[in-house]
Design a protein around this ligand. Structure first.
Ligand code: SF4
Length: 270
C-alpha cells in the first residue's frame, strides 16, 4: 500500500506564508502548520502567529533547534552569520525543519505568488514534494493583500513600524532604515544586536557587523540616524516619481524593496 503523504505548511511570520495558511484553511484538514523558531524573532511575530493560530483553529507547531543561536555562534568562533555565510538559516531553520519532516513522503505548501518567478523550495530532501497553491490559483500580491484584509488578520504588525521582513531581530537582511526603526521601536533588541557585534570585535581576522553600511555602534548616533532617514526619504521620493500610479505608503515601499531582494530565504521571510 502506498503511504499517504503528510501535508505541511511552514509559516515564517511573513505576509505570504500567513496568507497561504489562511487560504488553505479547511482545504486540507490534516495540514500541519509549523514555524521554525530561532527564539530571536520579533515579539510582534510571536503575537501575530498566536493571532493566526486562533484564526486557523489549529495549533502552529513551534519547531526549535536542539541548540540555539548562541551555541552555533560559539561553534563558528564568533563569526556572525551573513548573506554569504548563512549558517543561522541552516542550523536554526532548515535542519530543524528537515528533522521534523523526517523521511516519509511530505507535501510542502509554499506561499510563492503567481506574480513571482523563483525557486523557493525550503528543502531539497527527496521525500518532499513542493506545491505552490497561489501560483496554481493565480493569486498575486493584490490577492495576498485581499486574503489578509478579509480575514481580519492583516499584514504582520512589524510592518506598521516599517520593518519589511519577518525573522530574527538582528537579521542581516535588514536595510539601514530598518535598523533605525528597530532602534526607535525596540531599543533593547537593538542593544542586544549591538552586543553581538561588539563581541565580534575580539575575533582574530577582524570584526563582523550585521549591516554592511556601518557598525551598529555608529549607526545609532543621531547624525547617522538623521542621514539614513534623509537617504531613505530621497529613495522613497525617487520611487514615487518613477511609479506615479502606486499609492505611496511607507511600509509598502519597504516591502517592495524586500521583494526585490531575491537573496532572502523562503523559510525565514516568506
Ligand atoms: S531571519 Fe535572518 S538572521 Fe534569522 S535565521 Fe533567517 S537569515 Fe538568519
Amino acid at each position: 500500500m502506498t503511504e499517504r503523504p503528510r501535508h505541511i505548511l511552514s509559516l515564517s511570520g511573513g505576509k505570504d506564508s500567513t496568507a497561504l495558511a489562511i487560504f488553505m484553511r479547511g482545504r486540507v484538514p490534516e495540514m500541519e502548520y509549523v514555524f521554525c523558531d530561532t527564539n530571536k524573532e520579533l515579539p510582534e511575530t510571536y503575537d501575530y502567529l498566536n493571532q493566526v493560530e486562533a484564526y486557523l483553529g489549529k495549533k502552529i507547531i513551534r519547531i526549535e533547534a536542539v541548540r540555539g543561536f548562541d551555541h552555533w555562534l560559539t561553534l563558528f568562533q564568533g563569526y556572525l552569520p551573513s548573506v554569504q555565510a548563512r549558517w543561522c538559516t541552516t542550523f536554526l531553520k532548515l535542519k530543524p525543519f528537515e528533522t521534523y519532516v523526517g523521511d516519509n513522503p511530505v507535501i510542502n505548501y509554499v506561499g510563492i505568488r503567481a506574480d513571482e518567478d523563483r525557486d523557493a523550495r525550503i528543502s531539497h530532501k527527496p521525500n518532499i514534494q513542493v506545491v505552490y497553491p497561489f501560483k496554481e490559483a493565480g493569486i498575486d500580491y493584490a490577492g495576498v493583500q485581499k486574503i489578509l484584509a478579509e480575514s481580519g488578520i492583516g499584514f504582520p504588525p512589524y510592518t506598521k513600524w516599517g520593518r519589511s521582513r519577518s525573522g530574527c531581530y538582528f537579521c542581516f537582511f535588514q536595510k539601514s532604515i530598518e535598523w533605525v526603526r528597530l532602534l526607535e521601536t525596540h531599543p533593547h533588541l537593538f542593544d542586544l544586536a549591538q552586543e553581538y557585534e561588539d563581541k565580534s570585535q575580539d575575533i582574530k581576522g577582524g570584526h563582523f557587523q550585521w549591516n554592511d553600511d556601518m557598525p551598529l555602534r555608529e549607526l545609532r548616533n543621531p547624525e547617522s540616524v538623521e542621514k539614513i532617514k534623509q537617504r531613505y526619504e530621497e529613495h522613497k521620493n525617487r520611487r514615487w516619481e518613477t511609479r506615479p500610479n502606486k499609492k505611496l505608503v511607507e511600509t509598502l515601499t519597504d516591502l517592495e524593496d524586500a521583494e526585490d531582494d531575491t537573496r532572502a530565504c523562503t523559510i525565514c521571510h516568506l
